[in-house]
Write a protein that binds this ligand. Structure first.
Ligand SMILES: Cc1cc2nc3c(=O)[nH]c(=O)nc-3n(C[C@H](O)[C@H](O)[C@H](O)COP(=O)(O)OP(=O)(O)OC[C@H]3O[C@@H](n4cnc5c(N)ncnc54)[C@H](O)[C@@H]3O)c2cc1C
Length: 405
């Protein structure tokens, strides 16, 4: 079982021929992750947003990881991106959530749906780390069912005017720009996506949610919009095509969450093995007690269970990039749901096993496994709950007539 990030990458060389450039990107990711560890730890203990993380990530040039080189990104392919996500997950889900909302959801929406002009205006500065992005879909009364959103837009002259609210938005109070989804005031079947500048009149951060049960280093905010004017050139994708933007972006987001969860499991494994080798009880290392070995065995199995669906989905995404077909989109939709469902559950269970092996120290935020335990729970909720993943996975097999929602 691999331990270090380079061993994980090496283990994949039998199934994928990494280019020298791929490996350089991964070295860069590893260096950034190393530097992020201390700052994440310090801010976590103070239960505060890690304001240093964006600066460190920018310094290492990783904030445009999967973005085309043409727009200043690193051009990482989907397999390299999930390996990077795995490495960030080892650092902690606070950073993964910041990265996921900024890059995998915000920036990737523009990469997939933006015009050249929008990419120059928004994607280039975001990929350089000068603009942090957020992705606003969820509302107080529209979570799992985003089609019931109430935030509305109305065309007035050359602007769209937006009113409404979004809640639980990662990076919501630190983002300079965001992808926002709203429903036409005239036609309730029409949802569109817009690029929003958060410094404009009418954009309000109502509350930064500090009372979370984990994920302290990541920003989560409640937002509202009062006659927010958005120029017509900021429509992202087509008028009424907002849910295409949302669903295709969330597919990337789910891969990001799944890969971060495998990183959490790897970190739980590494920490637990060290602890089991060092901690002595009843005159011997606790790793020599068979019931402790059972916990470690469960974490190892979880890692294997979680990792491969993520890698296989990434390889399918690579295939799609070379030869995009509707069939592959459907397959990716299902595979990313499977990967997210398995990995998030496996990460949560692994953190629980790890806390048990750590004993009292595990029940403390001073231990990495204690922090993972608090953080992983959300991965079974955001970017689609466990239940929504189940319905999606089964729905793909049963066919259209059996859609549960
Ligand atoms: C820390 C954090 C960060 C987040 N970041 C973002 C972000 O950046 N952008 C964003 O847009 N959103 C974000 N979210 C919101 C997140 O995506 C939603 O919380 C999630 O989609 C679930 O919606 P909900 O909370 O309204 O739960 P609900 O939809 O109210 O669901 C409650 C329960 O009912 C179940 N349920 C609902 N419908 C069905 C059904 N048809 N069948 C079976 N069970 C069902 C759910 O699975 C769940 O168990 C974030 C949330 C958190 C906690």
């Amino acid at each position: 079982m691999e331990k270090s990030f380079s061993e994980t990458v090496d283990s994949l060389k039998t199934i994928y021929n990494f280019s020298a450039e791929d490996l350089q990107i991964l070295e860069r990711v590893d260096a950034a992750a190393e530097e992020l560890v201390t700052s994440e730890f310090d801010h976590y203990l103070k239960r505060e947003l890690n304001t240093d993380a964006p600066k460190i990530a920018k310094k290492h040039g990783i904030l445009g990881l999967p973005i085309d080189k043409k727009y200043g990104g690193l051009g990482a392919n989907p397999l390299v991106s999930v390996l990077a996500g795995e490495r960030f997950g080892q650092v902690g889900l606070g950073f993964s959530t910041f990265f996921g909302a900024n890059v995998m959801l915000g920036q990737m929406s523009i990469q997939m749906w933006g015009s050249d002009e929008q990419k120059e205006r928004y994607l280039r500065p975001a990929a350089a780390g000068d603009v942090i992005m957020a992705f606003g879909l969820t509302e107080p009364e529209a979570g799992s069912d985003p089609l019931s959103m109430k935030t509305s837009y109305e065309k007035k002259g050359k602007n769209f005017v937006i009113n409404g609210s979004k809640y639980f938005i990662s990076n919501g109070s630190i983002a300079k720009a965001m992808v926002l989804f709203a429903k036409s005031k005239e036609n309730s079947n029409e949802i569109s996506a817009f690029l929003i500048d958060t410094d404009k009149n009418g954009f309000n951060v109502d509350m930064e949610l500090k009372e979370k049960i984990g994920l302290f280093t990541s920003d989560t905010a409640m937002l509202s919009f009062h006659d927010l004017e958005v120029p017509e050139e900021n429509l992202l994708g087509t008028l009424g095509g907002g849910m295409y933007v949302a669903y295709s972006s969330i597919l990337n987001g789910r891969m990001g969450v799944a890969s971060a969860c495998t990183g959490v499991i790897q970190d739980c494994l590494n920490s637990t093995v060290n602890r089991a080798r060092e901690r002595i009880q009843f005159g011997k290392e606790i790793g020599k007690h068979q019931l402790v070995q059972e916990h470690i065995s469960e974490i190892v199995q979880n890692l294997e269970k979680a990792r491969w669906p993520v890698y296989i989905t990434a390889l399918k995404a690579l295939e799609y990039n070379k030869n995009p077909t509707n069939e592959l989109v459907r397959e990716l939709d299902q595979r990313s749901a499977i990967a997210k469902k398995i990995a998030s559950r496996a990460a949560w269970e692994s953190a629980d096993h790890a806390v048990q092996v750590f004993g009292g120290f595990g029940y403390s935020l001073l231990s990495p496994v204690g922090r993972h335990y608090c953080d992983t729970r959300v991965t079974r909720i955001y970017e689609g709950t466990d239940e929504i993943m189940e319905l999606k996975i089964a729905g793909h097999v049963l066919g259209k007539g059996f859609r549960a929602f």
